[in-house]
Design a protein. Structure first.
Length: 159
């Protein structure tokens, strides 16, 4: 399967970096994981975090093999702050993607940081079996899944 990393900040619209690798569904190989982590790390460089000083980048892998990235965007009115995970999901959905396999989330602190409840709920909306890779600035990696972090998600009874 070919991975394509979508870069919404590229000066040319629709810029994709193509990376050919083998992908095993629901069992990310080390190479695949490193591609996601590197994409998230690069996205974190664009974070706007003047208040918390914590830069976060996320890279989400769609079932089509494309990788979409996002970074946190803080605001003086904290409620208007947008997390990296939701930016990545929004970027992917705006390009027609709605099914995801894995997400890597990198932060600029020495500790692992888990996604907030709002981000977990947004991720659940699209991918109930999502693999999650959390990475600290020191290189510590924690692998988990969405169900472990959000065991009782909100869900409409008719969905």
């Amino acid at each position: 399967m070919n991975f394509e990393i979508y870069n919404p900040t590229s000066r040319s619209s629709g810029f994709y970096l193509r990376v050919s690798i083998v992908y095993v569904i629901l069992n990310l190989m080390k190479t695949d994981e490193n591609i996601l982590i590197d994409a998230a790390r690069k996205a974190s460089e664009n974070a706007y975090a003047p208040y918390s000083k914590i830069k976060v980048g996320a890279a989400i892998l769609s079932s089509s093999g494309k990788i979409y990235t996002g970074c946190n965007i803080e605001n003086a009115s904290y409620g208007l702050t947008v997390c990296a995970e939701r930016v990545a999901v929004g970027c992917a959905v705006s390009q027609g993607e709605k099914d995801f396999i894995a997400i890597a989330i990198v932060n600029s602190t020495e500790k692992i940081i888990t996604p907030c409840g709002a981000c977990l709920q947004v991720l659940y909306e699209f991918s109930k079996n999502l693999q999650i890779i959390l990475v600290s600035a020191s290189g510590e990696i924690y692998r988990t899944n969405l169900e472990s972090l959000l065991p009782k998600p909100f869900n409409f009874p008719n969905k």
